[in-house]
Design a protein around this ligand. Structure first.
Ligand code: ZN
Length: 340
């Protein structure tokens, strides 16, 4: 009851990359960088185990950014000539690589870190990939001229990598789709279709993470414009409930998401965000257990997974480590409180 997991990313140590940045520069190159990535992965596997988490991830230590890490192994993309564009409906500007031809994979994307993760923990492992709609929203298209067609092309590539990750021993493949909270009609339509295409044929658990973004200023300012009740999930949850995806990750603590929206996910495992990523204050075990208690009114206890609201990448290592401990301690308290 109440398994614990992180949404995905964790801070990179200062010797690996610039700290507290979303697109950090690496501190080394070549073989030295490859070793540093694995060293950092090992450090976070141990930290997650020590904190007491049930599902372990690689903390995305091997990728510079959660979308562009995947794109680095995709042919048909020009990384040399990036263009500045507004993303997530113009919420913030980013330098985007351009899609310049038909898309295909040049090889495995995450084989090294997935196998490394499998080799260094006996607990369940989760591996994250960007979702097709979010990828489409994080590149500049100079080839397809059609977002749906391009999303399906990316979904096909994601599927190839996801099936290979399953063969590497991954227990849960998670697709990150923050764009689902921005393009609501498209998300419920072709967004979920593309997601199912990306997950086709997987026998391991499949998950989707939908959030209001990292705790960066542009996102925090955007959240202030969303009003008292954040009902974005209301559009996409019924489509996900009807889909083949097993688990849905959502924001809960300190968000304005009405908890009753979780009832729209009947039949799915629900990863409830009980750790805030936009705030350095460390949650108490009581706060975490209280948040789990609120979710239990709408989610059966055997389907509730305690999770972070989003990735912890832009935070300090110290804060992230304390939040992992709070997550595990809060879930433990909830088990004693709500087991009867
Ligand atoms: Zn997120």
């Amino acid at each position: 009851m109440f398994e614990t997991a992180i949404a995905g990313s964790l801070p990179k140590p200062a010797w690996l990359a610039e700290t507290q940045k979303l697109w950090p520069k690496w501190q080394s190159a070549g073989a030295e960088l490859a070793q540093a990535k694995l060293d950092a992965t090992l450090l976070w596997i141990k930290a997650q185990e020590d904190a007491g988490l049930d599902v372990i991830g690689d903390g995305e230590q091997s990728r510079q950014h959660f979308v562009h890490g995947f794109l680095e192994k995709v042919a048909g993309i020009d990384f040399e000539h990036k263009v500045e564009m507004g993303i997530r409906n113009d919420r913030y500007k980013a330098m985007l690589p351009q899609v310049v031809g038909p898309l295909s994979l040049t090889g495995r994307v995450h084989e090294t870190e997935a196998r490394f993760l499998r080799a260094h923990t006996s607990r369940k492992i989760k591996f994250t990939l960007p979702g097709p709609m979010t990828i489409v929203d994080t590149v500049a298209d100079c080839h397809y001229g059609d977002r749906v067609q391009m999303a399906m092309a990316f979904a096909e590539l994601l599927n190839q990598e996801a099936l290979a990750l399953e063969a590497d021993g991954v227990d849960i493949v998670q697709f990150d789709e923050p764009a689902f909270n921005v393009y609501l009609d498209d998300a419920a339509g072709w967004g979920v279709q593309a997601l199912e295409r990306a997950a086709r044929g997987l026998k391991c658990k499949t998950a989707v993470h939908i959030c209001y973004g990292y705790g960066i200023t542009a996102n925090n300012d955007w959240k202030k414009t969303l009003g008292e009740e954040w009902r974005q999930y209301e559009r996409v949850f019924p489509a996900l409930a009807a889909s083949s995806i097993d688990q849905v990750s959502l924001e809960c603590i300190h968000s304005h998401v009405p908890p009753e929206l979780m009832a729209l996910l009947a039949g799915k495992d629900v990863m409830v965000g009980v750790i805030d990523v936009a705030n350095d204050a460390i949650e108490t075990a009581e706060e975490v257990a209280d948040t789990i208690g609120r979710a239990l009114r709408f989610v059966p206890r055997e389907r509730l997974i305690a999770c972070t609201n989003c990735g912890l990448a832009p935070m300090s290592r110290e804060v992230a480590q304390a939040k992992l401990a709070a997550l595990a301690q809060g879930a433990a308290l909830a088990r004693t409180r709500y087991s009867a």
